[in-house]
Design a protein around this ligand. Structure first.
Ligand code: AP5
Length: 219
């Protein structure tokens, strides 16, 4: 199954992707995570992406499309869930084109819908483990011991682009450049809108219902 998970920053894409991966055995391909790995490794791509990410702007399409095409080409046959990509209508068109060349297509698009106030609350309260990447929230998903990862015991950190100022820019970027991707897919694929202003388990149930239906059609 090839799945695209769309949604505003902080909609819960990463949180739900971990659950989708555990349930369906798909590969999780997050453009944001790959970019952060490139930055940490000090690659040319990571250096080029840095200023865009820090300001809440999008990294140019040509860099992203090439990076994600490489990641997708290494994915095993069982399928994948794309998180944070595509993020412009142009990226979506390029993705469809490269899949079509291999006789493939996106099977289902899940669009997490959440209001801007929820986004601001979720993102500014997000903390993560620098060692294992586990994600917490200071109010909604607290670690067992304040400020420490449940698995590694490491001090939790805040992403540099999770300040309120940058979140506002990321939201504007989302409304201007990424919302059109939903309209693109509504014309070209099967899209399900999911109310993501709910509890994590309730959202998971809505997503699994859709993915179970998709998996049964595929046999
Ligand atoms: P990226 O890393 O993709 O960031 P994003 O899309 O802004 O998404 P986030 O990771 O912030 O949020 P999420 O939806 O995964 O939420 P999460 O589950 O963590 O991109 C970063 C940057 O990279 C971009 O700004 C851009 O510069 C660049 N980039 C990436 N892809 C690109 C592309 N394709 N093209 C160009 N540039 C690109 O949840 C958030 C918090 O809320 C957590 O604390 C979580 O615990 C909590 N939470 C989650 N769900 C719930 C819930 N239901 N109830 C309560 N709390 C919840």
């Amino acid at each position: 199954m090839r799945v695209v998970l769309l949604g505003a920053p902080g909609a819960g894409k990463g949180t739900q992707c971990k659950r989708i991966v555990a349930q369906y055995g798909l590969l999780h391909l997050s453009s944001g995570d790959i970019l952060r790995q490139e930055r940490a490794a000090g690659t040319e791509l990571g250096r080029k992406a840095q200023s865009y990410m820090d300001s809440g702007a999008l990294v140019p399409d040509e860099l992203i499309v090439e990076m994600m095409a490489a990641a997708i080409s290494k994915a095993p046959g069982g399928g994948y869930v794309l998180d944070g990509f595509p993020r412009t209508a142009n990226q979506a068109e390029q993705l469809d084109k490269s899949l079509a060349e291999r006789g493939q297509k996106i099977d289902v698009v899940l669009n997490l819908e959440v209001n801007d106030e929820t986004v601001a609350r979720r993102i500014t309260g997000r903390r993560s483990c620098p060692q294992c990447g586990a994600v917490y929230h200071v109010e909604n998903m607290k670690p067992k011991l304040e400020g420490k990862c449940d698995y590694e015991g490491a001090d939790l950190v805040q992403r540099p682009d999770d300040s309120l100022e940058v979140v506002m820019n990321r939201l504007k970027t989302y409304h201007d450049q990424t919302r059109p991707v939903v309209n693109y897919y509504k014309k070209n694929a099967t899209v399900y809108d999911i109310d993501a202003d709910k509890d994590v388990d309730e959202i998971e149930a809505l997503i699994f219902e859709r993915l179970d239906a998709c998996a049964s059609v595929q046999g």
